[in-house]
Design a protein around this ligand. Structure first.
Ligand code: NAD
Length: 477
């Protein structure tokens, strides 16, 4: 299969060419140009706004059952097309093919979950003080949504936003990741083929700050949703707040994993080593700070190194590849500067610690120990294949260290003690805690962070909260 034709999707039409500015798309494993991405002109953005505004007027009146049917059909098409979409993701984002197709298959569940759950967007009746009065609470779609989805999970992050908006009865303009666009174009085709009315979903591309400024400045947009870095999220949330637009923010993390002396070490290693290097560590819930209790530190680090050393790194399209390149060249220098800083501050590089020779954005699986708390790697999200090993003595001490950053997304605990599990799950300042396994990011469970990691949840029964207004109606008969 060749790399797919890239396009905008506005008012039910796939658009490219016609003098639009284009951006080259590179394969991160080879640096070869594989496609051209059309940028939206100002007229395209205005057309998307007008189409979304008009489509919202009728989409908000559709029954949940009708919306559910389209979402369910979209889920079926995701599964049917997973192999082709996955190949496109590996070509422009770099992750191994099994991870790409797995991402698309899992999205079938996300679409289905939203199809089911949108039929349960309930209001309520509040008993009135006067029996002639009927007090009801209605939940209504907020309006046109502007969504900004990232490049690390180009399909699933877009699916979560689009499914939630459509299920709630909102129309949406999505700016996908320009670095890895094929999955989002495929998503537009899926909803087009599933029978979504024109204008309800629109896809645009461009210079991120220009597109977001244009969309946020429009009074048509009533809500924004963004997944990406904390600095960009903070800036977009501030702009949205200035115009009283609602926002959902899924931002960065720096996930602590706490492995206690009483942990089942085999279970911890079998879960954590592959998970750390999944998508070359470019995952907001990737474990990044490994706090290992003294009694098991040496055995854990030895076991982790063995697994990390044996990873097969290469082009994601090749059979047997377990870790692909980083998605962009800028990530290689970003990761390298964090590792260099840690080394200068006394850290030991136990494995890797450098870009790999040859073409492509390959960075070696890296394990560090003896990091000083003031190294940048202990404070900034590495977003790469880097694991930092840190010793600890007691539970109170580790809780304090784990909670010492402004981030609060994912956290992990491995322990056989119910007391440790209780103290840590209640004490960790994070939106998600996973104990003795990796159980995050399922369609039926809420996903989201606190503090600098963002606000609002995607997935679970909370998934529509950010897309609905609450209206109170009181009626004297
Ligand atoms: P970046 O901060 O430049 O961009 C992050 C994302 O925001 C990208 O998808 C980008 O297209 C988008 N973006 C940037 N400026 C924008 C604007 N003004 N308006 C709308 N969207 C805008 O960083 P990057 O180099 O692309 O990624 C690296 C960092 O981003 C990582 O360190 C990581 O913290 C974060 N990130 C987080 C997630 C996540 O899942 N939470 C996903 C991707 C990237």
């Amino acid at each position: 299969m060749n790399y797919p034709q890239l396009s905008l999707y506005i008012d039910g039409e796939f658009l490219h060419g016609n003098g639009r500015k284009e951006q080259e798309i590179l394969n991160p494993a080879t640096h070869q140009v594989i496609g051209q991405l059309p940028h939206a002109s100002t007229e395209d953005l205005d057309r998307a706004l007008a189409a979304a505004d008009l489509a919202f007027q009728s989409w908000k009146k559709t029954s949940p059952l009708e919306r559910s049917k389209i979402l369910r059909k979209a889920g079926e098409l995701m599964r049917e097309r997973a192999a082709d979409i996955g190949r496109g993701i590996t070509m422009d984002q770099g992750k191994p093919l099994h991870e790409s197709t797995g991402e698309v298959m899992a999205c079938g569940e996300h679409a289905e979950w939203h199809a089911e759950e949108c039929r349960r967007i309930y209001g309520r009746v509040i008993p009135a003080r006067n029996t002639a009065v009927r007090q009801t609470v209605l939940r209504e779609p907020v309006g046109v949504v502007a969504a900004f989805s990232p490049w690390n999970f180009p399909f699933s992050q877009a699916v979560r936003k689009v499914s939630a908006a459509l299920g709630a009865g909102c129309s949406i303009i999505l700016k996908g990741p320009e670095d890895a666009p094929s999955a989002v174009v495929a998503l537009a085709k899926i909803f087009h083929d599933a029978g979504l009315p024109k204008g309800v979903l629109n896809i645009v591309w461009g210079v991120p700050s220009e597109v977001s400024d244009h969309l946020l400045n429009s009074p048509v947009v009533r809500k924004i949703t963004f997944t990406g870095s904390t600095p960009v999220g903070r800036m977009l949330a501030a702009k949205a707040a200035g115009q009283m637009k609602r926002s959902t923010m899924e931002l960065g993390g720096h996930a602590p994993v706490i492995v206690c002396n009483d942990a089942d070490l085999e279970q911890a290693l079998n879960n954590l080593a592959p998970f750390k290097f999944r998508n070359a560590g470019q995952v907001c819930i990737s474990p990044t700070r490994f706090y290992i209790q003294n009694g098991v530190y040496d055995r854990f680090v030895t076991g982790f190194l063995e697994k990390a050393q044996s990873l097969k790194v290469g082009d994601g399209l090749k059979e047997g590849t377990q870790m692909g390149p980083l998605a962009q060249h800028r990530r290689v220098s970003a990761v390298q500067s964090l590792v260099e800083d840690a080394r200068e501050r006394g850290a030991n590089v136990l494995l890797g610690g450098a870009p790999m020779p040859g073409a492509g954005n390959f960075y070696a699986p890296t394990v560090l120990s003896d990091l000083s708390d003031d190294s940048r790697l202990m404070r900034e999200e590495p977003f790469g294949p880097v694991a930092s090993m840190i010793r600890f003595d007691g539970i109170d001490e580790v809780l304090k260290r784990a909670n010492s950053l402004p981030f609060g997304l994912a956290s992990y605990v491995f322990t056989q003690s119910s007391r440790n599990a209780h103290v840590l799950s209640t004490g960790l300042a994070a939106g998600m805690v996973s104990i003795n396994h990796l159980g995050l990011a399922l369609a039926e469970t809420p996903f989201g962070g606190i503090n600098d990691s963002g606000m609002g949840s995607e997935g679970g029964s909370e998934t529509f909260d950010g897309y609905l207004n609450t209206k109170f109606v009181t009626h004297l008969n």
